[in-house]
Design a binder for this molecule. Structure first.
Ligand code: EZ4
Ligand code: CO
Length: 409
């Protein structure tokens, strides 16, 4: 059996997605996701110009060998574009293998270790009333864990607050990237944020009780000592996790955060390889691995980092924003179902136009996700529908401090 073609599909149903479609000489197709939010065409070009020509003639069953061929064989290894391209190939090959075997990918990974995958949804609000309403809406939909993001007095537009218009005037419901030729600019004030957030969690605990798992994303904006201070102040509200408290390229900085707080930490949505986690895992500086199959080299690599993390009692908390396509999302659900050290799965629901392009078998029932039992990954693309949504330039925002200094967004 041989791969006979590799096609790259760029489509923009509400937001941009880069999808790889591999076809074998027996006519079996496989899909992979290479979407890198705000840099989609770079991933598409890397795939189309440098990876697609290498694939025809290769045995689609040799997933590990193909992964190593694209990783070591490029010489210029790692980085988000390279690893998203490798991820797309890897997912498409698992999809093909599953279809040939007549089994969903999680069965090929060892079978299900649980009945379903605990998910968390995104609640946010401009005011306490708005936030409470959003949490109630999520609970009514069945969510059993909730990420809480809130506006902060003195900060006009803030990451993760759906009801708050971006500088572009658009809402954040499905996607923080704004369509347009330039990134929008937001503002940031660390001191105001650290003062405000604990008051919000205090109010949420009073209203919703002690049992509801609550999460929060600091989105890489704090220094280690600021992160330590916030983690400490949030301890009375018993968070499930505090996410991306610092820009974690500096892995040893997490030692300082850990010395000061027992708030569990989740890190790594922008990481590309296991090396980005090496110190965080071996020193047990985090509790949850935030990688996404799409940005981490696919199913093969995600499985490996989770097996490594298992040695240190670290669990999964895979990144599930709308910029991971339904293909990438389902791919990591298969990993989550199979591994023993599953933690939780972020689920930021895709828009209706996205769901019209990607036909899915994934379900959310009573707060638990399941990838479905269709052979392979379980997602198909309607190429005609995809063609109706041509690429549109879009950028994630940038953040500036009061004096104009560019800050981590
Ligand atoms: O801002 O994926 O936890 N989720 C996040 C995301 C990221 C986007 C960036 O493309 O932090 O919403
Ligand atoms: Co995040």
């Amino acid at each position: 059996m041989k791969i006979s073609s590799a096609e790259v599909i760029v489509t923009s149903p509400t937001r941009n997605f880069v999808t790889l479609k591999l076809t074998t000489d027996a006519g079996v197709t496989g899909l992979g996701d290479a979407t890198v939010n705000g840099r989609e065409l770079a991933a598409a070009a890397y795939l189309r110009d440098h990876v697609a020509p290498l694939l025809p003639g290769r045995d689609p069953h040799q997933i590990e060998d193909t992964w190593q061929y694209l990783y070591r064989g490029a010489y210029w290894r790692r980085g988000p574009i390279t690893m998203a391209a490798i991820a797309a190939v890897d997912m498409a090959l698992w999809d093909i293998k599953g279809k040939i075997a007549g089994l969903p990918v999680y069965q090929l990974l060892g079978g299900a270790s649980r009945n379903g995958l605990l998910a968390y949804g995104h609640a946010s609000g401009n005011s306490q009333a708005g936030l409470f309403e959003s949490i109630h809406e999520h609970l009514e939909k069945g969510y059993r864990a909730i990420r809480v993001q809130t506006s902060v007095p003195g900060i006009r537009a803030l990451y993760g607050v759906a009801a708050q218009p971006q500088a572009s005037g658009e809402r954040y419901d499905y996607e923080p990237a704004g369509r347009g030729v330039l990134p929008v600019e937001e503002d940031w004030d660390t001191a105001a944020y650290i003062r405000h957030v604990p008051t919000v969690f205090e109010a949420v605990r009073q209203e919703f009780g002690d049992e509801l798992p609550l999460l929060h994303d600091a989105h890489h904006r704090l220094t280690p000592i600021e992160a330590a201070k916030l983690g400490k102040r949030l301890e009375p509200y018993d968070l499930f996790w505090l996410e991306d408290c610092t820009p974690a390229e500096n892995q040893q900085a997490l030692r300082l955060v850990r010395q000061h707080t027992t708030t569990p930490l989740a890190i790594g949505e922008v990481f590309n390889t296991v090396w980005d986690y090496q110190q965080l895992i071996t020193e047990q500086l985090i509790d949850y691995v935030r990688a996404a199959a799409t940005h981490f080299g696919g199913i093969t690599a995600l499985r490996k980092v989770m097996d490594f993390a298992a040695l240190y009692q670290i669990r999964s908390g895979f990144h599930g924003p709308t910029d991971v396509s339904p293909v990438g999302f389902a791919a990591q659900l298969h990993v989550g179902l199979a591994i023993h050290n599953y933690g939780i799965q972020e689920y930021m629901e895709h828009s209706e136009p996205t769901n019209s392009v990607f036909r899915q078998n994934m379900t959310l029932k009573d707060g638990y996700l399941h990838p479905g039992d269709a052979p392979g990954i379980g997602v198909e693309i309607d190429e005609q529908a995809a063609a109706g949504f041509p690429y549109q330039s879009a950028y994630l925002p940038v953040s500036r401090l009061r004096d104009g200094t560019l800050h981590d967004w």
